[in-house]
Design a protein around this ligand. Structure first.
Ligand code: PHE
Length: 348
């Protein structure tokens, strides 16, 4: 597999990273199976899959992989991750059953207090959801992009086909900062400004997802938070159609929720896409839940991103991570996600 570099950033050696991923694929499962203690297993988990692991570095380096190679490299990363996770799960259940046997043998000894004294933490449910989505999209050949939470009016509105005074701006209750000209600097109301930043930074073809926080001047209730998380998707290539958009949404929902789920698109309006739609996912009980918005990137948005709408077309989508997490775990009040009650968080 050729993983040509398409970036002048020489500090990331994609070949070297992929070699390390392959070596990890070859040796990792045996090393995991040989872990002698739970602590060692936990250390290997961090070393192989944690934030600074080769796997995470490789995920971040996807943007330096030539676009035509991303699908195969993403597939490789997914395969290796799945294999490592499976090996860790197996070793962990072996420890679990050993522990159960020992506990039964030493029935008179109550260890619960000792164990409670040093509870182990874990990633917050929202972070877990974000990472799961990143991994799913990387597996489909996307790269992960990011943008600032403090934005200018231009990126958040104007470049997204909403000039000053455009009525659609009222779709978002905006929090402005006291900086520069009045109402020129704001907390981004959605992750869509990352579309513009990506188009201005990278040459198409573009296949990115951009997870991050967004802010709206909203009062919290069971289904809304003033500070929440979204994930944006942007695809720009030659000859992209609405069918590609529908297929991508269907694919990732099935990947994350299982093949019995399906999706539907309903006509809607966003200034930055034309046509626009909202997308829903089916639930096991046969109802539909709304996940987010999407559509074909508006020609004015392509132009703001420095692209010629005669040459390039694309689609974009955006949806809330909290809603996604609530769906996965059957939560009915979004506020539980931010109260930081350990009794709640420890369940996930
Ligand atoms: N930015 C929109 C929102 O927050 C969602 C969206 C993203 C719609 C991309 C279309 C395309 O409501």
């Amino acid at each position: 597999m050729m993983a040509a570099m398409n970036s002048p950033d020489a500090s990331v050696d994609v070949h070297e990273l992929l070699d390390r991923v392959r070596r990890l694929a070859a040796d990792g499962p045996a090393t995991i199976a040989a872990a002698a203690t739970v602590d060692e297993l936990r250390r290997l988990d961090g070393e192989f899959l944690g934030k600074t692991s080769v796997m995470s570095q490789a995920k971040a380096a996807m943007r330096f992989v030539a676009p035509e190679d991303r699908k195969s490299v993403g597939g490789l990363l997914n395969e290796v991750r799945t294999a490592l996770e499976a090996a860790i799960g197996q070793r962990q259940s072996a420890f679990d059953s050993d522990a159960r046997r020992e506990r039964l043998a030493a029935e008179a000894l109550d260890l619960s207090e000792v164990m409670d004294a040093a509870p182990t933490g874990h990633r917050h449910l929202i972070s877990q959801t974000r990472e799961m989505l990143e991994d799913a999209f990387v597996g489909l050949g996307f790269t992960v992009a990011e943008g600032p939470e403090i934005e200018t009016d231009w990126y958040n509105f104007e470049a997204l086909n909403m000039p000053e005074g455009h009525p659609a701006r009222s779709m978002w209750d905006t929090l402005y900062l006291e900086a520069g000209e009045p109402e020129s600097v704001l907390l981004r109301t959605h992750t869509s400004p990352v579309q513009i930043r990506t188009m201005l930074r990278e040459e198409p073809p573009i296949y990115v997802v951009a997870p991050g926080r967004a802010y709206r001047s909203d009062t919290a209730d069971a289904t809304h938070l003033p500070v929440f998380s979204q994930i944006e998707g942007l695809v720009i290539d030659r000859g992209i159609t609405f069918a590609d958009l529908a297929g991508t949404i269907e694919t990732f929902v099935k990947l994350l929720y299982g093949s019995e789920r399906t999706t539907r698109l309903r006509p809607s309006f966003f200034p930055f896409t034309e046509p626009s739609a909202e997308f829903d996912m089916s639930t096991p009980s046969g109802e539909w839940v709304e996940l987010g918005g999407c559509g074909m990137v508006h020609p004015n948005v392509l132009r703001a991103g420095g692209l010629d709408p005669e040459e390039w077309s694309g689609f974009a989508f955006g949806f809330g991570l909290e809603r996604m997490a609530m769906q996965r775990h059957g939560l009915d009040d979004i506020r539980e996600l931010i109260t930081n009650d350990v009794r709640f968080l420890a369940q996930f």
